[in-house]
Every structure is written in structure tokens, then in C-alpha cells.
Design a protein around this ligand. Structure first.
Ligand code: C5P
Length: 323
């Protein structure tokens, strides 16, 4: 059963990441009639939506009995404040990470940003070894190196053109994205340790995460966009595509948590790398100018090959003797 959940959660993560990248790109670039929606409000709504979904799942687990659900939440969240507070750590780090990525994107062009951010696969592996005391076999290390190389190749656009919009201080952007790589690796592995070190459900953990996440996201709205919210409301510029982005982002949070629970953070890196290949292909096809460069093809093959290599399980020596 858990092997099925592992594959299912990884597959859904590939589809969700691909869908989110494409929809977000369209939602931010399509010419809108009014003002563009506020990114901070979308983040807040997806946090709230994620929490409501988890509440609904827990309500269903308690056979739709309100009092039983309430008592369970009271017991697990309010009466265990230290346990709940533990989740403030990854939640705060993820908020910091989102802000760092904003700084990174203001100072680096998108391609450099995406290439550099893939280094989080390596920091995740590092934190997995250090914090979870998990050993990596030689073929894991080889596949991680091939994956990083493949993603770098894929990210170099065909016939790369100079980017005139590149403003800012590249060194500041580089520093921000490198810091985000460490924060992504640390927060992911920390969350994995909490999830796998207790018997509490992933849904309950997500409610605890969502409580802090919503608070930090609300602070983000107030600090960054309060004036605009005051003038035109929280939902200014929203259309159906914006709601799809909000829903996909909320689903993403749930799927990331499920992947960390049933698989691990390193496999999460593979799923997102595969989705980079997929979203690049779909994006090129939608624009009807699909001409994969040599580097793209080699990179895509490296990513797919690395994914299979990582999943390869050498036969036990005892099995070999039996045969
Ligand atoms: O780039 P990275 O893989 O570290 O991003 C993970 C994302 O998943 C973060 O934006 C974080 O907010 C989200 N997440 C979540 N709920 C969890 C774990 C991660 O929303 N339980």
C-alpha cells in the first residue's frame, strides 16, 4: 500500500508542479483588464485553503462528528504546545525562503535563477545524510550528480538570447538563491524528521504548519501590500486562472507533504526535475516553437536516466548466492 502511495504522490507532484508552473506563468503574463492580482494574497489564500482541506479530511476521519474532530484537534494542537511549536521552524524557514526567492528573482534572470536553485537537490542530500543519518550508495551519488548536470543543460534555452531586462546586483541574487537552497534542504529534511518521528497524521501536521504559514503570509500581505489591499481589496485582479493557481498551490503543499511522508525529500527533487523537463516541453509546444536544442535533449535524457538510476535497487548479496 505504501509503495502505491509513494508512486502516486510522486506522480501527482510531477503533474502539479508542471501545471502550476504553466498556469502561474500565464496568470502573470496574460494582459489583464484591471490590476494584476497580488502574489501575497494568493499565497495567503492557498495557505488557508490547504488548512481547510486538511480540516475536512480530519473531519471525515472522525466520521463527520464535529465534537470528536474538535476534541482531537484540541488534544493534538492546543494541549501539545511544544509539539505544535516545532512546526513553526520549517514554516518560518519556508516564509524566509519565499522572500529570498523574491530577492533572487529581482536580481537574477530567470534562467540563472532556475539553474542555481536546482542546487537544492544537493543540499537536500547533504541534510538527509547529516540529520537523518541515512547512507547514500555510490549509484545514488552518481545519479544526483547526473541529475544536477541534466537540469543545468535543460535550463539553457535554445538559441539563448541576451536578457535586456536583467537589472539588479547579480551577486546579491546569487547569495539569496544559495541561501534559499540551504533553507529548502534544511526545512524539507526537518519536516521529514518530524513526520517520520511521530505517529501524528500528515494532515494534522499540515494544519500545524498552515497555522504558522497563514500567520506569516498575513504578515506578508500587511507589510508588502497593505496600501493596495486597503484601496482595492484582497481579491483585486482575480480571475478564474488566479483561482486555479491558488488551488494548484494549495494542492502542491499537500502533495509535497505526502511525498515527504511516503517517499523522501531527495525523490521530491527528482519529481520536480522531471516536471521541469515536462513543463519546458509543454511550454514550447503551446508556443508552437518546439525546437529542442542538443543541450536540452541531452539534459532531458540525463534527468530521466538519473531518475531510473536512483530508483535502481541492487540485489542483496544473499539473493545472488541463492540464484
Ligand atoms: O523549493 P522547495 O521544494 O523547498 O519548496 C517546498 C514548498 O512546499 C514550499 O513553498 C513550502 O511552502 C511548501 N510546503 C507546504 N507544506 C508542507 C511542506 C512544504 O506548503 N508541509
Amino acid at each position: 500500500m505504501s509503495a502505491i502511495l509513494k508512486r502516486l504522490s510522486l506522480g501527482v507532484l510531477v503533474l502539479q508542479t508542471t501545471g502550476l508552473v504553466l498556469c502561474m506563468r500565464y496568470s502573470r503574463t496574460l494582459p489583464a483588464v484591471g490590476p494584476l492580482y497580488l502574489a501575497s494574497s494568493a499565497v495567503l489564500l492557498s495557505e488557508v485553503l490547504k488548512m481547510l482541506t486538511c480540516l475536512l479530511i480530519i473531519y471525515k476521519e472522525h466520521r463527520f462528528i464535529l465534537s470528536a474532530t474538535y476534541l482531537n484537534l484540541l488534544e493534538e494542537i492546543v494541549h501539545r504546545p511544544l509539539d505544535t511549536l516545532k512546526l513553526a521552524v520549517p514554516s518560518a524557514i519556508y516564509t524566509l525562503q519565499n522572500n529570498l526567492l523574491y530577492v533572487a528573482l529581482s536580481n537574477l534572470d530567470a534562467a540563472t535563477y532556475q539553474v542555481t536553485y536546482q542546487l537544492k537537490i544537493l543540499t537536500t542530500a547533504l541534510f538527509t545524510v547529516v540529520m537523518l543519518k541515512r547512507k547514500l550508495a555510490w549509484h545514488h551519488c552518481l545519479s544526483l550528480s547526473l541529475l544536477t548536470l541534466g537540469v543545468i543543460f535543460v535550463q539553457f534555452p535554445a538559441g539563448s538570447v541576451a536578457r535586456p531586462e536583467s537589472h539588479g546586483t547579480p551577486l546579491v541574487g546569487l547569495f539569496a538563491v544559495l541561501l534559499a537552497c540551504f533553507s529548502s534542504g534544511f526545512a524539507g529534511v526537518y519536516f521529514e524528521r518530524i513526520l517520520k518521528g511521530s505517529r501524528q497524521s500528515v494532515w494534522l501536521r499540515n494544519i500545524q504548519m498552515g497555522l504558522f504559514g497563514s500567520f506569516f503570509a498575513l504578515v506578508g500581505v500587511l507589510v508588502r501590500d497593505w496600501e493596495q489591499v486597503h484601496k482595492a481589496g484582497l481579491l483585486q485582479g482575480y480571475n478564474s486562472l488566479t483561482w486555479i493557481v491558488v488551488i494548484l498551490q494549495a494542492v502542491g503543499g499537500l502533495v509535497v507533504a505526502a511525498v515527504i511522508k511516503y517517499a523522501d525529500n531527495i525523490l521530491k527533487g527528482f519529481a520536480t526535475s522531471l516536471s521541469i523537463v515536462l513543463s519546458s516541453l509543454i511550454s514550447y509546444m503551446l508556443l508552437q516553437d518546439f525546437m529542442p536544442s542538443m543541450l536540452f535533449t541531452i539534459g532531458a535524457l540525463l534527468v530521466i536516466g538519473a531518475t531510473f538510476l536512483y530508483g535502481y535497487e541492487p540485489k542483496e548479496p544473499s539473493n545472488l548466492v541463492k540464484i
